[in-house]
Write a protein that binds this ligand. Structure first.
Ligand code: BJW
Ligand code: ZN
Length: 294
């Protein structure tokens, strides 16, 4: 008779203690408690808006005004959000000194996140500053390279003409987008902003149209080779707040299981592939992750 995943916190903690190369594979549910909408579950963005009209290169080529208004709304939401307790728990794994407490045998830790909101990076910055000011440790070794944002960043822009990529935290990113977030939220008819008024490149002699620095469907996610190497050597994959429906991210936990590693899923609800996980912890991850890991 097939048995489902274990829900034993005690047994999972033993696995964590003995693991050496740990990965977290994160999705939108990680940021849910920060007020960032998910994509596919109730209230998710793809329930309200058509992904194919907003998150594909073709959609941007056809209607950059509409796509920019959607991403402007997302930028404004992310700007007002704060990292939650789940981000902070994961951040503690990115600092060598605190990682040692949680996973005494750890040799490496990597967060592979599909999220574009930048909250994991902000959590790590906040934790590093707090630890440094409290002087609990002689030194604090924060490892920003342990966060891989495979679907890009909401606050990056890429120039369609010169390909220049840069971080842009301006609010609004251009005058014409100011206030349109309310129209998008209400799903009212959005204005058709002329191309010349959309965000433009400020590199010398360029002026090309900018696009959001995120990875759309049919585009190749970032750092795939690095991720493959990390996944291949992982002996513990902790899957947090993802529906595990979007590839290639959805395949990583399966790869870890295939080479004999342990897979633990933290999700509000049942999700794709979790019946094959070794551990399953249902509930809001801002509660379950700190309870079980910290
Ligand atoms: C909680 C919680 C709480 C809630 N606590 N949990 C057919 C078969 C296989 C593949 C394909 C196929 N057809 C097309 C493809 C490829 C396609 C794909 O996978 N499509 C599927 C939909 C089938 N993939 C791609 O196109 C990717 N590129 C690609 O494949 O390139 C080719 C290639 C790759 C590798 C090698 C060689 C070639 C690119 C995918 C880009 C995805 N882009 C988006 C938008 C990013 C920008 C933006 O933000 O707008 O990324 S789509 C969206 O989905 C976003 C997310 O990162 C991604 C994943 O969503 P996620 O994070 O899982 O969110 P949800 O909402 O789905 O789930 C949330 C979960 O949280 C739920 O389970 C809740 O229960 C849970 N939750 N609250 C804990 N409090
Ligand atoms: Zn340019």
């Amino acid at each position: 008779m097939a048995t489902g995943p274990s829900t034993s916190i005690q047994a999972f903690r033993e696995v964590v203690k003995s693991s050496q190369n740990i990965i977290v594979i994160a999705g939108a549910g990680l940021s849910a408690a920060s007020g960032i909408p998910t994509f596919r579950d109730g209230g998710g963005l793809w329930r309200k808006y058509e992904a194919k009209n907003l998150a594909t290169p073709r959609a941007f080529a056809k209607d950059p005004s509409r796509v920019w208004q959607f991403y402007h709304m997302r930028r404004e939401k992310a700007r007002g959000a704060e990292p939650n307790a789940a981000h902070m728990t994961i951040a503690a794994l990115s600092v060598k000194e605190t990682l040692r407490y949680i996973c005494p045998n750890a040799e490496s830790f990597t967060l592979i996140t599909q999220n574009v909101d930048g909250l994991s990076r902000r959590a790590l910055d906040q934790l590093t500053k707090t630890l440094a000011s409290k002087k609990i440790f002689e030194k604090v070794t924060s490892e920003p390279q342990s966060i891989i944002e495979m679907h890009g960043r909401l606050f990056d822009t890429i120039c369609k003409r010169c390909r220049h990529r840069e971080a842009n935290y301006n609010s609004p990113i251009c005058a014409a987008l100011e206030g349109t977030e309310v129209i998008v939220e209400r799903q009212e008819q959005e204005p058709d902003i002329p191309l010349s008024d959309l965000p433009r490149c400020t590199q010398p002699d360029c002026g090309g149209l900018l696009r959001p620095g995120v990875v759309w469907f049919e585009e190749i996610p970032h750092h795939l080779q690095e991720i493959d190497e990390i996944v291949q050597k992982a002996d513990l994959a902790i899957v947090v707040g993802t529906s595990s429906t979007v590839y290639p991210a959805a395949g990583y936990a399966f790869e870890v299981a295939e080479h004999g590693g342990t897979v633990a899923v933290f999700n509000l609800d049942r999700s794709d592939g979790d019946s094959e996980a070794d551990y399953l912890f249902l509930g809001p991850c801002a509660e379950t992750l700190p309870q079980i890991l910290a």
